[in-house]
Design a protein around this ligand. Structure first.
Ligand code: SF4
Length: 212
């Protein structure tokens, strides 16, 4: 039996349950609106989640909207987000994105994928994360989603874009929005990149890569 035979509702329920029990960092993150989610994503590259969370907490205690952020001097943004890697570059990018959203989109994040990926620093994965946060059906494939999908045999792909395409064919649309959080949470706590906890994993009877 392949893990897919469990059905997607069950698979995601198990992953989320385990991630919650083990307090996966991704589940601890709370955002007041998709704009904060977007800024978090811009800060998070090459930075540990806890450092990004620390910077986000400081920054979001001062600003809530693109309009507010675009009026903050870059030096002050730098000061707030010092705990993230490459904070100077990221501070300028955050300001730039806030200006575009404020000036071109009236302060509202565009809800079309093609517009999102035109924003500086926003790639395919982040655009999909934001669409998900806005309630649109999308599958954001990051390193956890890509790795686990391949380990569990749902896909056999060498690139996240291909994983996204394949998952969209496999997974009913009603589950797309849940998938990223479930897989990321599971990847942070059980099916880790190195030394996955296969003996504790609820999928070890069906996973072809058990003991990887
Ligand atoms: S059995 Fe191991 S490799 Fe397979 S999903 Fe579980 S933790 Fe990951």
């Amino acid at each position: 039996m392949g893990c897919e035979d469990l059905g997607w509702e069950k698979i995601l329920e198990i992953m989320l349950g385990e991630a919650e029990k083990r307090r996966a960092p991704v589940l601890e993150l709370k955002f007041e609106n998709p704009f904060q989610h977007l800024i978090f994503a811009l800060m998070s590259s090459r930075t540990r989640d806890e450092n990004t969370a620390k910077a986000a907490k400081k920054l979001f205690s001062r600003i809530k909207t693109a309009e507010e952020l675009k009026n903050l001097p870059v030096s002050e943004i730098e000061e707030e987000i010092k705990s993230v890697g490459f904070y100077r570059i990221k501070a300028r990018r955050i300001r730039e994105v806030s200006e575009i959203i404020s000036n071109e989109y009236g302060g509202e994040i565009p809800s079309e994928f093609d517009k999102l990926v035109k924003l500086p620093g926003i790639g395919r994965k982040t655009a999909n994360v934001i669409l998900t946060a806005m309630g649109k059906p999308a599958i954001a494939v990051d390193t956890h989603v890509h790795r686990i999908s391949n380990r569990m045999g749902f896909v056999r792909t060498d690139k996240p874009e291909k994983t996204e395409k394949k998952l969209k064919q496999l997974v009913p649309e009603e589950f797309w929005r849940k998938l990223n959080r479930a897989f990321v949470g599971y990847g942070q706590t059980v099916c880790k990149p190195l030394k996955p906890l296969c003996s504790e994993c609820k999928f070890n009877k069906c996973c072809p890569k058990v003991g990887v």
